[in-house]
Design a protein around this ligand. Structure first.
Ligand SMILES: [Zn+2]
Ligand SMILES: [Zn+2]
Length: 325
């Protein structure tokens, strides 16, 4: 059964590649990128399956146990667009095109000077014989790096200027996890590439980690009254746990400028003192939105306003006027 599914998947991938991608690459004189194009089709298909599964599972759950009931779902639409651009590969492809050459150069230089080993297994040879342990180690490392990236997104004014776009959704749903500024997506690309460079995540494992992370992120953003219980809440990020991160006030104010930064494992928040396990389902958004601050409704307006906030944060007067955090 699994074999026949995977055979049909590969056949579909090959069919799509030959009928759509290959002719385009040929027409543009880019046939040297054929292998990369074939991989891109695989990621595109994963994205389609992911969106279908997530919609089939989470949409009924949101209807059954919503935190909030909305009469108008229009504000959700822009998040659907972010999800399609992200999951179907448009944004990842742009980020890849911008980063492939500089990251490749950096990788080559570091290896030429013998500054980094190729894989985590070079540091911990015991992992070579234990693929599951090695997968768990990569997963933990990437999640740890993502926790700190997220903390710094709140910590630095210039980064919050971009990341606040993610927090500005007041009708948060399972579509909201990809709602990010394009410059922020680019910074994330650099961050992840550096981590991958340092520990050498094998590509197949990287795809698995990516799919797993995205699935948990879709669930944790859902407009869903769901907690995993006293123990489960400390094991995996739940909709309740992440909703606290999006709460007006608690999500972007206080000593750490927010709480519950973890993507997969609340462990990091517990270790670094930023966990909040309150039994609450707060309204989401940013404090200054209550005073009328505009973060934009449509994609381009949101991107433009984000850039404007970034410029303000980078100028001396602007950084002292940090609002909402
Ligand atoms: Zn955040
Ligand atoms: Zn979020």
């Amino acid at each position: 059964m699994i074999e026949s599914v995977s055979q049909s998947f590969v056949a579909l991938q090959a069919g799509l590649f030959e009928s759509v991608v290959q002719p385009v690459l040929f027409a543009l004189g880019l046939t040297t990128y054929a292998e990369m194009g074939f991989d891109a089709v695989e990621l595109f298909l994963y994205g389609v399956i992911e969106i279908a599964l997530v919609w089939l599972l989470l949409r009924p759950l949101e209807a059954l146990r919503p935190v909030e009931r909305w009469s108008d779902r229009k504000p959700v639409r822009v998040d659907v667009l972010y999800t399609l651009l992200n999951r179907l590969g448009v944004i990842p492809l742009l980020v890849f095109m911008l980063l492939a050459v500089p990251m490749g150069d950096l990788d080559g230089w570091l290896r030429l000077h013998d500054l980094i080993p190729r894989h985590l297994e070079d540091w911990l040879p015991a992992l070579r014989e234990r693929p599951w342990l090695s997968f768990a180690a990569y997963l933990l490392i990437i999640d740890f790096a993502e926790y700190w990236r997220h903390r710094l997104q709140h910590r630095f004014d210039f980064w919050w200027a971009l990341h606040s776009l993610h927090h500005s959704q007041r009708q948060m749903s399972f579509w909201s996890d990809s709602r990010n500024h394009l410059v922020d997506d680019l910074i994330q690309g650099v961050w992840m590439s550096l981590v991958a460079l340092l520990v050498g995540v094998p590509p197949a494992q990287f795809v698995m980690i990516l799919l797993l992370t995205r699935a948990v992120e879709n669930l944790s953003h859902a407009n869903l009254r769901l907690s995993f219980g006293t123990f489960g809440e400390r094991l995996l990020v739940s909709p309740r746990f992440h909703r606290r991160h999006h709460a007006i006030g608690a999500g972007h104010e206080g000593r750490h400028r927010g709480c519950n930064f973890a993507v997969l494992f609340p462990l990091w928040d517990m270790v670094f003192g930023s966990a909040r396990f309150d039994d609450a389902y707060d309204a989401t958004g940013i404090r200054d939105q209550l005073q009328g601050a505009d973060y934009g409704d449509g994609f381009w307006r949101q991107q433009a306003l984000g850039l404007r906030r970034l410029v303000t944060a980078l100028t001396p007067q602007g950084s002292s006027l940090r609002s909402g955090a």
